[in-house]
Design a protein. Structure first.
Length: 214
């Protein structure tokens, strides 16, 4: 897929205020600092589109970006930010879980995992939660430029093995780097295929709903 246009649409702290769910949507999620916003910029080819930072906890809201005027990329706040208070973490959980569970147009959750780390409990738990909810997801291993491909492969194998404790089939995965653009084409291709099967939920696709968005 060629990305011809990518524009920021809105930031939300309330699930009730999101754009009407009439376009295919892909949520990028993972631990704080894993590289979600950077990957979104790489995929869209727009450097400053999603705000990135070396300090974890940069993305705080649900951010919608419209691609090729037809589908959305959603940048979400990272989970597992060590310095967040218990109350903040609980608030995050509720907010994001409500979004993921209720968003009718969500086609796939892109779960970002740092390719350099041993399987993290918080990532496995999150995948298990997605599995329990029956939400479709893929794994996106990030920052592959920071180590050898042998190390990346080992770490992916470990993560997939850990997931097999709860899943019958390991989910599809991508290896990426926002520095070298590794994995960019594959992810866009994957999204393109899913987009082709997207149908606007009929009860939502009234001209009124669509009109509200445009
Ligand atoms: N070398 C390298 N660095 C990366 C890559 N992706 C992200 N980074 C760096 O990692 C840091 C965090 O990146 P972000 O994209 O802001 O991470 P995030 O997951 O959006 O973080 P939060 O919004 O805080 O949850 C930044 O300093 C990026 O430059 C990558 O593929 N390779
Ligand atoms: Mg971010």
């Amino acid at each position: 897929m060629i990305v011809k246009s990518a524009e920021f649409i809105c930031s939300n702290s309330q699930v009730s205020k999101l754009p009407p769910p009439v376009k295919a949507e892909y949520a990028f999620i993972g631990r704080s600092n894993v590289g979600k916003s950077s990957l979104i910029n790489t995929l869209t080819g727009k450097k400053g589109l999603a705000k990135t930072s070396q300090t974890p906890g940069k993305t705080q809201l649900i951010n919608h970006f419209l691609i090729n005027e037809s589908w959305y990329i959603v940048d979400l706040p990272g989970y597992g930010y060590a310095r967040a208070s218990k109350t903040e973490k609980a608030k995050w959980d509720k907010f994001i879980h409500t979004y993921l569970d209720k968003r009718e147009s969500l086609q796939c959750v892109m779960v970002l995992i740092d390719s350099r780390l041993e399987p993290q409990k918080i990532d496995l738990e999150f995948c298990n939660w997605l599995g329990e909810k029956g939400l479709s997801f893929v794994l996106v291993f990030t920052k592959a430029d920071k180590q050898s491909s042998v190390k990346t492969d080992q770490s992916i194998a470990k993560f997939r093995k850990a997931l097999m404790a709860t899943f019958e089939e390991a989910p599809q995965f991508f290896i990426t780097s926002s520095e070298t653009q590794l994995g960019r084409e594959e992810i866009l291709e994957f999204i393109d295929v899913v987009n082709q099967n997207f149908e606007v939920p009929t009860f939502l696709g009234s001209p009124l709903e669509r009109g509200r968005e445009e």
